[in-house]
Design a protein around this ligand. Sequence first.
Ligand SMILES: [Zn+2]
Ligand SMILES: [Zn+2]
Length: 436
Amino acid sequence: MIDRLREALKRFNPCDSCLGRAFGYGLTGLENRERGRAIKLYLGMRAHLEGEEETLELLARSGLEEAAAVLDDPPEPEPCGVCRGVLDKVDEFAEVVACELKDLEFRGFVVGSRWPEEIRKAEKELWETLGVEGEPIKREFNREVGKRVEHLLDVRADPRNPDIEVVFDFRPSLEDPKFEVHVRPIYVRGRYLKLRRGIPQTKWPCPRCRGAGCPNCDFTGKLYTESVEELIGMVLKDAFLAESHKFHAAGREDIDVRMLGNGRPFVMELLYPKRRNVDLKEIEGEINRKVGDDVQVVGLEYGDPEDVGKVKDLSERSRKRYRAWVKFGKPVPEDKLREVLKGLERSVIEQRTPRRVLHRRADKVRRKRVHEAKLIEYDGDRAVIEFLCDPGLYVKELISGDAGRTRPSLAELVEVEAECERLDVIEFLDEGGDRS
Ligand SMILES: [Zn+2]
Ligand SMILES: [Zn+2]
């Protein structure tokens, strides 16, 4: 082993950490640099007692001052041939991390690193020379920087459940690594109500400039100045000091349709939040105070990434109850209307993709069921009707027939033209409601 160590010193000039790391699984409660120094001291004492000047010179070159002190003409220390001096600078790297994280609110964090192939190769060759299997540099670096950051910021490293992940990438440069901070998004779930018509659910980029800004959109890049997403998002974004937000909802209503009743489930994803602990009851009140004439939220609570999929899933499973204001081409007798609505209940509608959404949806036939159709108000050529429908049934076309693309339709059955003048979603049934 002594010969192997001498050979390793000659070929790799390892620093204390890199030499100690080769024996990193030997004993516990030691830092690798302590292991490495212990080995070098032992070699140095032996060499001094036996007058092996060459070994003392190798040790002095690798930075062992005690060896240099007993030589008449000691060599200058040279950088480690494995880590190229990176492990001497873990304190500096920890300072960089602490500086980046000091304004962020978080619980656990984790340090990661990426290394160039040449370093991993040198490390492997050192181990082969010594005939051992050591601890990879990545693990030592991540742990040592992590420990120092814990101390500097009085926080906890938590690799299983980190809010923050910092990554050093040494592949482009060992002196000046790329440094990334990944902050786990915050998920807030709840339900929203849209009380005013004319607000799109999500940002609607100007079709002419695609969001860049042009005279068509008054240089806003948007076709509508507001959206449900933005009205809720701006308050949440400010509260969490987030960089941006992403909105996920259980389907969407048309821009001219209100969303009332118990509201539609949504999840707001807040990206790069600086704060993580916000009283959501307070935020709920703030949203409803600030934008409550247009949009309200209920039941805000903290969620997780799985909620995004769940909420999308919900849109395909959830029946909706609608209230529709219908205008007929000429008066329809009340008896006839009631009879037709009774016939519509439980019936299956064959609906080809409505013409108005053909530009963004595939042209196909959907088979959807109307579960309830109730006459609420009647006035000759006008009526208010409530429909309970399968998810994905287009109610405006259920009323008009969409030139024969939706069959049967209210217009077809009463044999009079019919048009949906106004529409509200008045209930969102999470689990589909009655399945019989
Ligand atoms: Zn080293
Ligand atoms: Zn534009």
